[in-house]
Design a protein around this ligand. Structure first.
Ligand code: ATP
Ligand code: MG
Length: 301
């Protein structure tokens, strides 16, 4: 069965999308079948992996069945039709990363927040969870790239996930974002509890913090200690899982991440193309992916 994981922090720009994309790539390279669900209306993950031209064809409906929001519109296609298989391609359109699929999004996902009515007593996140159940058996991991909030699109990921991991930068703002996230999540888990059926699986808990974009001259020990203190407090008040931890593996700051976005490739594929393991960051992503995989194996299914 797929392990379903949401990446979330109330702080924007901490590296949620870049972690999801590069971890998805590493997991696929390590042999896993991975489905990435883009739940952020900014569409960063979709544009990154599809590149602008292909993404434009998808959102205009010229190519494929459409994007996430179609699931919430009248006469939706089967969710399997929204999946773009082996999404990463080279410049000639050849698939170069078997095992990484995506359900892309467009900017219209924002309409879920205001225009979606749905059926009475059946919130969007229940509908999404039921749809996802139809395809998750094909995967080892389903990863949700969430926006920096717990509004409707994000709720779809949170409600569907086994686990929540929190990308963070080693600074005070990430700590505030994490604190706010824990509060907002608790509120969402409370009001969505009545809609949870046994078949949906257990309520997702925060299982870890992953430090990202660490600059060479940054001392992470102090921010790490502050984060650990907050994590310990939240364990006592059950806002995070008892098994929650700060990852030993972390991702350094490297310009190749920004270059990868421009090239429309996950970082490990940029480096292999150019023959350079830029700043060792590919190793960082692989180490985080291995630690993530190992950690999920120790958690209840
Ligand atoms: N390890 C890294 N080294 C250098 N730059 C990075 C790294 N990780 C992320 N970035 C850059 O930081 C910026 C924010 O990253 P990203 O979009 O992944 O964050 P996010 O948390 O998903 O943002 P949002 O909250 O808007 O969704 C991007 O420009 C990205 O290229
Ligand atoms: Mg993002």
């Amino acid at each position: 069965m797929a392990r379903r994981i949401a990446f979330l922090n109330y702080k924007g720009g901490v590296g949620k999308t870049s972690l999801v994309i590069n971890l998805a790539c590493c997991l696929a390279q390590q042999g896993a079948r991975v489905l990435l669900c883009d739940l952020d209306t900014q569409s960063n993950a979709s544009i990154w992996l599809l590149r602008l031209e292909r993404w434009n064809r998808i959102i205009s409906g010229e190519d494929g069945a459409g994007t996430t929001f179609r699931l919430f519109q009248p006469n939706p296609p089967p969710i399997s039709d929204l999946i773009m298989r082996d999404v990463v391609q080279d410049r000639d359109g050849r698939p170069i990363l078997p095992g990484l699929d995506i359900i892309p999004t467009g900017f219209n996902l924002v309409d879920l927040e205001s225009d979606y009515i749905g059926q009475p007593g059946r919130p969007a996140y229940v509908h999404f969870r039921e749809e996802l159940a139809k395809v998750e058996g094909d995967y080892d991991f389903v990863l949700f790239d969430c926006p920096p909030n717990v509004l409707r699109a994000s709720q779809c990921g949170v409600f569907s996930a086994h686990d929540i991991y929190v990308p963070a930068n080693p600074d005070a703002l990430s700590l505030i974002g994490f604190t706010l996230l824990a509060e907002k999540l608790a509120a969402f888990q409370d009001f969505s509890a009545g809609f949870r059926r046994h078949s949906f699986g257990p309520v997702a808990q925060i299982q870890g913090i992953i430090f990202n974009a660490i600059k060479g001259n940054t001392d992470v020990e102090v921010p790490k200690m502050r984060m650990q203190l907050r994590l310990n407090q939240f364990k006592t008040t059950r806002r995070v899982a008892r098994s929650a931890k700060i990852f030993a593996a972390r991702v350094r700051d490297a310009t190749v991440v920004r270059r990868a976005v421009t090239l429309g490739l996950p970082v490990p594929l940029v480096s292999s193309e150019s023959g350079a393991d830029a700043d060792g960051i590919v190793g960082d992503y692989h180490a985080v992916a291995r630690e993530l995989h190992q950690h999920t194996l120790t958690l209840p299914s």
